[in-house]
Ligand binder design. Structure first.
Ligand code: NAI
Length: 461
C-alpha cells in the first residue's frame, strides 16, 4: 500500500511532546503514513523571521494534508497569528470541532455529542481595523455571500457525511440584520438542497444559554467566525476542557488538523501535557484520509484507558504524557473489519459552487460621511443633489429632532441622501464642502436594490 504523506508541524511549547505521543501510537499501529516535518511558530520566526514561512505553507499545499501542534503567538507587536496565516493562505474556510463526552472524564453533562462548524476566514477576522479618531477604533465585520454559502454547504455536507440529522445555524441576525442576515439567508438557501437534514436557527445568546443548560439537544451547529471561536471553547468546556478538544481546518482540497488548545507554555517540557486533543485531531485526519478502522481502534483504546482512570493531571489523573501514551498503545484492540459506516468529515471540494443570482437594480442613493469633531457638528444641509438626512453618534440618531442626552464621542456619521440618481462626482463635491470644515475619516456609499435600502438605519431613526 502506498504510504500517505502528511506534513507534521510540531509547533511550540507542549507541541513536540504531544506530537511525539501521536507518532508513537501511529508507529505502534504501523499506519501507512509518512510524516514530513515542517516548521511553524517560534522556531520559524527565529529562522525565517516569519511564524508561518512560505516553505511550510508550500509543504502543506504539496501534501494537501497536515497535522499541526499548537504554535505560540507573541502578544502585541506586529506578530500575525500563525494559525490565522495558515488558514487564510491555504483558504481553509471551514473549521470543524467535535465535542463529545469521553468515558472517565468528569464533566457536568453526559451524552454531549455535537459538532461545531465555524466559518474560518471572514467576519471580524478579516483583520481590517483602523483608528478612526484618537478615541474611536473600528473593526470591519465582513460577511460575504460566497463565504456564507460555502460554509453552509460544508456544514450540510459534513453533517451528512458524519451521519448527523440536524443542523442549527447560530447568529445574531436580529441585531446585525445585514451581515448576520446574509449568513442566515445563505444557510436557508443551501438547506433546501438537504431535505434529509433537519435545519433550524437560533440566536447566539440563546444558544449559549441552551448549551450550558441542555447541551445534548444540539447535533451540528454552524456559526460565523467570531461566534464560532467563542462557542467552540464553550463546547470544549462542556466535555472536559481544552485537553480533549480536537479540530480540523478544511479547505477545497487541503486540510490541517489540530487541537483547539494552545502551546501551554506553563507546563511545556515537564512531560505532563495531555495528548488527547492532538490524538483526537489525528483521528479526525485518519477518518478524513479513509483510515476509519484505525481511527476506531484508537478511539476504543482511548476509551478503555480513560475509563480505567489513566489520565493526565489536567483531567484529574496522575499519568505522565508517556504513561498515558503507552497505556493507549497497550490497549489497542486487534484490527478487525467492522461493518459500521465510516463517518468521516467531508472534504470541501464542492463548497464554492457558482452562484447565479438575479441581483436587481443596484443604485447609488446617498453617502455616510464619518467626521471627527468635538461636539455636535454643523455640516451643510445641502450640497448639489445631496441633502443632510441625519447625524448619528455611535449609531444613535442625534439630528434631526431632539438631541438625546448621551455621551458624544468625537466621531460622527453624517448621512446624506438624494432623491435623484447620483454618481461619484456628487460625492466628491460633498466631501469637498465637508472637508472645508471637518476632517472626514471614511465614507460608506448607500445603495438600493430595486428601491430597497442596502444599509442599516440609525438607532432612533
Ligand atoms: P493554552 O491552551 O495554551 O493554555 C490554557 C491552559 O490550559 C493552560 O493552563 C495550559 O496548561 C492548559 N492546557 C492546554 N492544553 C493542554 C494540554 N494538552 N494538556 C494539559 N494542559 C493543557 O492557552 P493560552 O495559555 O491562552 O495560550 C498559550 C499560547 O498558545 C499563546 O501564545 C497562544 O497564542 C497560543 N495558542 C495557539 C493555538 C494554536 O496554535 N492552535 C490555539 C490557542 C492558543
Amino acid at each position: 500500500m502506498e504510504k500517505k504523506r502528511v506534513t507534521l508541524i510540531k509547533g511550540d511549547g507542549i507541541g513536540p511532546e504531544i506530537a511525539d505521543a501521536v507518532m508513537e501510537i501511529f508507529d505502534a499501529m504501523e499506519l501507512p503514513i509518512v510524516f514530513e516535518e515542517a516548521e511553524a511558530g517560534l522556531q520559524a520566526v527565529e529562522k525565517y523571521g516569519n511564524g508561518a514561512p512560505e516553505q511550510t505553507l508550500e509543504a502543506v499545499r504539496r501534501n494537501k494534508i497536515a497535522l499541526k501542534g499548537p504554535t505560540t503567538t507573541p502578544v502585541g507587536g506586529g506578530h500575525k497569528s500563525v494559525n490565522v496565516t495558515i488558514r487564510k493562505s491555504l483558504d481553509l474556510f471551514a473549521n470543524m470541532r467535535p465535542a463529545k463526552t469521553l468515558p472517565g472524564i468528569k464533566t457536568r453533562y453526559d451524552n454531549v455529542d455535537l459538532i461545531l462548524v465555524r466559518e474560518n476566514i471572514e467576519d471580524t477576522y478579516a483583520g481590517i481595523e483602523h483608528w478612526q479618531t484618537p478615541d474611536v477604533a473600528q473593526c470591519l465585520k465582513l460577511v460575504t455571500r460566497p463565504g456564507s454559502l460555502a460554509i453552509a454547504r460544508y456544514a450540510f455536507e459534513m453533517a451528512r457525511s458524519m451521519g448527523r440529522r440536524r443542523l442549527t445555524c447560530v447568529h445574531k441576525a436580529n441585531i446585525h440584520k445585514i451581515s448576520d442576515g446574509l449568513f442566515l439567508d445563505s444557510f436557508r438557501e443551501v438547506a433546501e438542497d438537504y431535505p434529509d437534514i433537519q435545519s433550524d436557527d437560533i440566536l447566539i445568546d440563546n444558544a449559549c444559554m441552551q448549551l450550558v443548560s441542555k447541551p445534548e439537544q444540539f447535533d451540528v451547529m454552524v456559526l460565523p467566525n467570531l461566534y464560532g471561536d467563542i462557542v467552540s471553547d464553550l463546547c470544549a468546556g462542556l466535555v472536559g476542557g481544552l485537553g480533549v478538544a480536537p479540530g480540523g481546518n478544511i479547505g477545497v482540497d487541503t486540510a490541517v488538523f489540530e487541537a483547539v488548545h494552545g502551546s501551554a507554555p506553563d507546563i511545556a517540557g515537564r512531560g505532563i501535557a495531555n495528548p488527547t486533543a492532538m490524538l483526537l485531531s489525528a483521528n479526525l485526519m485518519l477518518y478524513y484520509l479513509g483510515f476509519a478502522e484505525s481511527a476506531r481502534r484508537i478511539e476504543t483504546a482511548m476509551a478503555t484507558v480513560l475509563g480505567a482512570g489513566i489520565k493526565t493531571r489536567d483531567l484529574g489523573g496522575s499519568a505522565s504524557t508517556q504513561e498515558y501514551t503507552r497505556a493507549i498503545i497497550d490497549a489497542l484492540p486487534p484490527l478487525e473489519l467492522s461493518g459500521r459506516p465510516a463517518f468521516a468529515p467531508s472534504r470541501g471540494a464542492f463548497a464554492h459552487r457558482e452562484v447565479v443570482r438575479e441581483r436587481g437594480d443596484w443604485n447609488l442613493q446617498g453617502v455616510d460621511v464619518f467626521v471627527r469633531n468635538e461636539g455636535m457638528p454643523k455640516p451643510p444641509e445641502k450640497v448639489g443633489k445631496l441633502s443632510l438626512h441625519l447625524i448619528s453618534n455611535r449609531g444613535t440618531k442625534i439630528y434631526p429632532g431632539p438631541t438625546p442626552d448621551i455621551y458624544l464621542v468625537d466621531h460622527f456619521r453624517l448621512r446624506y441622501r438624494a432623491t435623484e440618481p447620483i454618481n461619484n462626482d456628487d460625492i466628491f463635491l460633498l466631501l469637498g464642502e465637508i472637508g472645508k470644515k471637518y476632517e472626514w475619516m471614511h465614507i460608506e456609499k448607500l445603495h438600493t436594490i430595486d428601491g430597497v435600502a442596502m444599509y442599516s438605519k440609525a438607532q432612533g431613526e
